[in-house]
Design a protein around this ligand. Sequence first.
Ligand code: NAI
Length: 333
Amino acid sequence: MRFFTQKDCPADALERERIAVLGYGNLGRSLALNLRDAGIPDLVIGNVADTYADQAKADGFRVLSIAEATHAADVVLVLLPDEVIPEVYAKDVAPHLAAGSVVVFASGYCLAYDLIAPPDGIDILMLAPRMGGSVIRERHQQGDGFHAFLSVEKDASGKAWRRLLGVAGAVGALRRGAFELDARSEAQLDLFIEQTLGAIVGFSIMTAFSIGVEGGLPPAALALEMYLSGEMETVWRGFREQGLERSAATHGMTAQFGGLMRTMQLFQAGLYDQFRQTFEEIRNGQFATQFQAEREAGYPSLAQVEAMGPQLAPLTEAEDEIRKHLTTRSSGT
Ligand code: NAI
């Protein structure tokens, strides 16, 4: 994997480039503010008329419609929800792109599943951050950056890498360093980890909580043990700073023995096969097809997630009970 840092960012890469940020949500706001801090003189926000547009105006940006902003720019960052992009891109972006301009996506999703059709003569790039929008902005204000995956998916201008490194440098993605990874791999990686590791962490917390409470353990003690004490975060920090194997070796024998036994049980219970099946459904596009259908139907399954809220109420109450006694400090990401 090629790795890029600030020294790879050509100083004049974005000279005379007009930039449009389409979408002023989680990531859009952070990247737009970072671009402004980097001294980009000609920066507009493209947004539908909603509270996000109001926020952009309140932050001092010029806000145009998505089509107008696209038309007015040489570099267009598409920072809209992934499942929304295909429709908005076809209607309000693609027909308004100036010849020789460049489109930057923040995730590989739409490119990987052929949900957008790039017009001829346009550079298609990906700058996919490995960090949430608000932390990106927080870190930027502290002089720090975030990791990202970068890809040139189409180099029509012959200067696509120069432009991509220019944008990456300006938003702060080269301060900690960025790796090259194609959009298809990025999409598969992102979905696969959130649907395996992410899903299992959430499921484990909810299941351990209800079984623990059923078995007579105090709810607040469970919440403290699972995440409110911050002990579990130190385990992940150990993975990051020392490596999985080296940090696991620092855990006590009881934790190592119990972890080994239970991991073997999960393996035998078919978790490995389920993860493999998940990967296959992501790789062959089945998940993306389902997700686009979910959007078209008005997110009926996601409404069920909201309806689950009351079931989580005991856990929220347990958190509140502990929080009353805690003085929280920033995790120092
Ligand atoms: P978001 O959900 O915060 O986006 C909200 C924005 O989308 C607002 O400006 C809103 O006006 C606009 N929008 C929503 N529905 C719309 C519609 N139907 N038509 C027109 N505009 C609409 O999006 P988020 O989470 O910032 O994600 C943007 C991109 O960044 C995605 O590609 C995502 O994968 C990527 N990304 C996001 C990260 C994050 O921290 N949220 C981190 C890394 C990548």
